[in-house]
Design a protein around this ligand. Structure first.
Ligand code: HEC
Length: 160
């Protein structure tokens, strides 16, 4: 599935789907199962970003993310997830960018731990989201590769 379709499907389908399931449906809802809205194609390995982009990512982390994920990226157990070695971050880079843009409520792929509160949207542009995700992918001991603007350009930023 292409990212564009994924986004369209997520936007169009998720709310109705969430309603159906939360109203006690619970079972299979035809072809649009919750799982299929969460599967995203993994992009090919991306080249390292510029020093400027990494500096922007660091700035954003130190302004916003550290409050919850802590200055060392390790979070607080069962409250804010550890970003160091995070399976979701390392393996679902496009979804991680989506989460930084739109918050965690609609992004549930590969998440095994339920946190008491969702992560709110953090940044307003694809550039900022990519910069900060590349920063956390490659700091605190992470060597997670990179994501590019091109790979996330189809992510629709929710209206605020
Ligand atoms: C207000 C607290 C808060 C702030 C600020 C915050 N996060 Fe989060 N973050 C969370 C919570 C809570 C979760 C878990 C959400 C879930 O799984 O539903 C999370 C999850 C994540 C995850 C997925 C990790 C995993 O293993 O599930 C990533 C990646 C992430 N945050 C990155 C960031 C980045 C980058 C920033 C800054 C731009 C940021 N967060 C700012 C609270 C926060």
């Amino acid at each position: 599935m292409k990212t564009k379709n994924f986004i369209a499907l997520t936007l169009a389908g998720f709310f109705s789907l969430a309603l159906i399931t939360s109203c006690g449906g619970g079972g299979k809802t035809g072809s649009e199962s919750t799982d299929s809205t969460q599967v995203t194609e993994q992009p090919a390995e991306a080249a390292a970003p510029s020093a400027e982009q990494m500096a922007l990512g660091e700035k954003i982390y130190k302004e916003k993310c550290f409050v919850c994920h802590q200055p060392n990226g390790q979070g607080i157990p069962n409250v804010f997830p550890n970003l160091v070695g995070s399976d979701f971050l390392l393996n679902q880079k496009v979804l991680a960018v989506t989460q930084v843009l739109n918050g965690s409520l609609k992004v549930t792929a590969n998440k095994t731990v339920k946190y008491p509160a969702p992560m709110p949207p953090q940044v307003a542009t694809h550039e900022e989201a990519v910069a900060v995700i590349n920063y956390v992918l490659n700091n605190f001991g992470n060597k997670g590769g990179y994501v590019t603007i091109d790979q996330v350009k189809d992510i629709v930023i929710d209206p605020r």
